[in-house]
Design a protein around this ligand. Structure first.
Ligand SMILES: C[S@@+](CC[C@H](N)C(=O)[O-])C[C@H]1O[C@@H](n2cnc3c(N)ncnc32)[C@H](O)[C@@H]1O
Length: 672
């Protein structure tokens, strides 16, 4: 075998990686936009390898490109891209949602990233899983000290010729299991788990990569997920992952100065709401302080953050920072920052979700929905002006893009990303003069702010068009002598809420059919009572513009010679659907399926002509002849369009009912 990956713990023997595997990893990284030449060299164990610390060896053995797996959430990707750019000093490249690469793991800085799931040192790559398996078999790996090994398969994007997870895991586990003292069992004990050497296959759309897991965050660590357990929820609250990413950007490469033990700076959120940013900064061991103009928010954030501070203190295990100072203050006045928001420290960074949207307005009042103060960039200007000179690092979340406004106000190194494909929120960073990146942050975004705004404009236009379309001039339809006239008789008493809801839902479906067919003049008769109520309350029937709603009974609204009542139990069979007739469908569900001949009875009592659809004749295998109201409407529309009955039923009969036994038949059989 020519490919050898050195066992890092042997301190030098067998340290080379064969050129084929290296070439594949090189090519893959290049394809991802990361041109990290000479991976062979970097895959050598480092000289300062520590033989005794196996866990660390797996992390530091290879100075090589790292694959960083993040959570696979498209809307969080841009926030992660920001922190990856800040933490890696611009070296990290985004590959796809859920994956970044960096030249060397950026000295461990990227390991604090909010969404990081794992860091992997790639050992070989291939176009398909089968090829990769052959390459991995050819690697000679020896895991020293009989440590157990584990294998994970991670799919960031599905490969077009993918190998199923079970088959892939079985095949790779066999190979990897032979490298150490067998495969590790799953352990809940963190220490046990840490002593296991993990290998992973990362499946992406273009290729498979095999590598050593060099870092995976502890599942027990106090990270974003914990915030979900806070005592008080706030509907205008920020996602914990976004808050953590914002804190990471604001404090990148300056963790020491924000450290609550040894630093002099504090992270401040002057509009702290429920305390999400304060908690995020606190979990990183930073000194944090905040405030809010609303006394309710001050109390809420004290309760929420205090809950976690108290928990950490009582566990006695974690050397966490003390409770952040949280004060009631109006942040519109820059001078309120003078005391570091009660912390007595230098304000090193301001991170905040600025007030916007339906719930909150600048000044602490209630937002009034779409037009709330804080809905335009200029609205933010007073706050942004107050914050500008207080700190050098700023990260803001806002409901509209504010980068231009910030530049206008004199902020330096400003860049922004949209946190939503439809431009509903933005993260704007201004890293001032102390920044360790060159100029403004340049994250590898999945979609730009301009694209998100264009999407939002497109969506608005679509919504507007839909609204326009949804308002139909029903009189024009009824004036058309060629229109198909249908009436639904809503006079039946339903015996349960479920039945009423079901009828209302079917009537709503019929409105959809009417929207799609301009030639349909449909009337809901006997429109009063519980069904009308149900439709109004649960299906917004006031907006059912393509149908007429008539309080009169069918027999009062139409003349007897034009009424054709549809009933599954009628003897006469419908053939041609004519324009001078009104086809009446019973607005009834449950009773019919109980074998009670209600629509026939109703039609006969009022001397109305009654017919059934020719289902038995054309579809003798169809067991279910009692159809939903909307199904009958669709069938009548199709027949009126000129289709023959075979075509009509093929297109419109509900497919599942062709093989299902109807309830009516089941009940009759079970009756002794
Ligand atoms: C979007 S919320 C913040 C949400 C917070 N990040 C969280 O996750 O809960 C904005 C907050 O700004 C506060 N606010 C509005 N105007 C303010 C002002 N002039 N000074 C301080 N706080 C203000 C509001 O009371 C509200 O709590």
């Amino acid at each position: 075998m020519e490919d050898i990956v050195g066992d890092a713990r042997t301190g030098g023997e067998a340290t080379q990686v064969g050129s084929r595997a290296v070439g594949a990893v090189d090519a893959t990284c290049r394809a991802w936009g990361a041109d990290y030449e000479g991976i062979r060299e970097r895959l050598r164990p480092t000289a300062e390898n520590d033989d005794d610390a196996f866990g660390d060896v797996s992390a530091s053995a290879f100075v090589a490109p790292r694959v960083l797996l993040t959570h696979k959430n498209e809307n969080l990707y841009n926030a992660y891209a920001c922190e990856m750019a800040a933490l890696s000093r611009g070296a990290a490249r985004g590959v796809c949602v859920g994956m970044f690469v960096t030249p060397d793991g950026s000295g461990g800085e990227t390991r604090v990233a909010a969404g990081l799931r794992a860091e992997i040192a790639p050992l070989c790559a291939a176009a398909t899983a089968e090829e990769l398996l052959e390459r991995v078999k050819a690697l000679r790996v020896c895991v020293k000290d009989s440590s157990e090994v584990a294998f994970v398969h991670d799919c960031v994007a599905r490969h077009s010729q993918r190998m199923g997870t079970d088959a892939l895991s079985a095949a790779f586990r066999d190979v990897v299991g032979a490298w150490g003292a067998g495969l590790a069992r799953r352990s809940k004990d963190e220490r046990d788990a840490r002593n296991v050497v993990r290998f992973a296959v990362v499946e992406s759309a273009e290729c498979y990569v095999f590598g050593l897991v060099t870092f995976a965050p502890s599942s027990l660590s106090l990270r974003a997920v914990d915030w979900a357990r806070k005592p008080q929820h706030f509907s205008a609250g920020t996602r914990a992952e976004i808050a953590l990413a914002a804190v990471n950007v604001a404090t990148a490469h300056a963790a020491g100065s924000f450290s609550h033990e040894s630093g002099d700076a504090v992270v401040v959120d002057p509009c702290c709401g429920s305390g999400t940013f304060l908690h995020a900064a606190w979990t990183r061991g930073f000194a944090a302080a905040g405030g809010d103009v609303s006394p309710g928010a001050v109390s809420m954030s004290r309760t929420n953050v205090g809950y976690f501070v108290g928990r950490a203190a009582s566990s006695g295990k974690l050397a966490m920072p003390p409770m952040p100072s949280i004060v009631k203050r109006d942040a519109l006045h820059g001078e309120v920052f003078a005391d570091g928001y009660g912390s007595g420290r230098r304000v090193g960074a301001i991170v905040s979700n600025l007030p916007f949207g339906r719930r909150v307005a600048i000044g602490g009042g209630d937002g009034d929905g779409r037009g709330a103060p804080g809905a335009s960039a200029e609205d933010y200007a007073p706050l942004l002006e107050a914050f500008r000179d207080v700190a050098d690092r700023h990260v803001y979340i806002s409901g509209v893009p504010i980068a231009d406004e910030m530049r206008k106000l004199g902020y330096a190194n400003v860049s922004d990303v949209s946190l939503c494909r439809f431009g509903r929120s933005f993260m704007t960073t201004a890293l001032g003069s102390t920044t360790t990146t060159d100029g403004a942050l340049a994250p590898d975004v999945a979609f730009t702010t301009e694209e998100a705004l264009a999407n939002a404009a497109g969506k608005r236009e679509k919504k507007w068009k839909k609204k326009e379309k949804s308002t139909v001039d029903v009189d024009t339809r009824f004036a058309n002598s060629d229109a198909l006239r249908i009436a639904v008789d809503v006079s039946y008493e339903q015996d349960s809420t479920r039945a009423r809801r079901s009828v209302a839902k079917q009537l709503c479906e019929c409105v959809g059919v009417a929207h799609r067919n301009d030639n349909l003049a449909m009337t809901y008769c006997s429109w009063r009572g519980p069904i009308a109520e149900e439709s109004r309350e649960f299906f917004f029937s006031d907006r059912w513009t393509p149908v007429k709603k008539d309080e009169r009974r069918v027999e009062d609204a139409f003349s007897s010679d034009e009424i054709v009542y549809m009933s599954p139990d009628a003897e006469d069979v419908l053939d041609v659907v004519e324009p001078d007739k009104v086809y009446v469908i019973g607005g009834i569900v449950d009773l019919a399926t109980r074998g009670m001949r209600t629509s026939l009875t109703r039609a006969s009592e009022a001397n109305m002509r009654c017919v059934r659809l020719p289902i038995k004749e054309f579809k003798p295998d169809q067991t279910h002849t009692v159809l939903n109201i909307d199904a009958v409407v669709k069938i009548l529309v199709a027949r009126r369009e000129g289709l023959n009955w075979d075509e009509v039923f093929d297109r419109e009969l509900p497919k599942r009912q062709a093989i299902e036994r109807p309830k009516r038949e089941k009940r009759e059989r079970s009756t002794p």
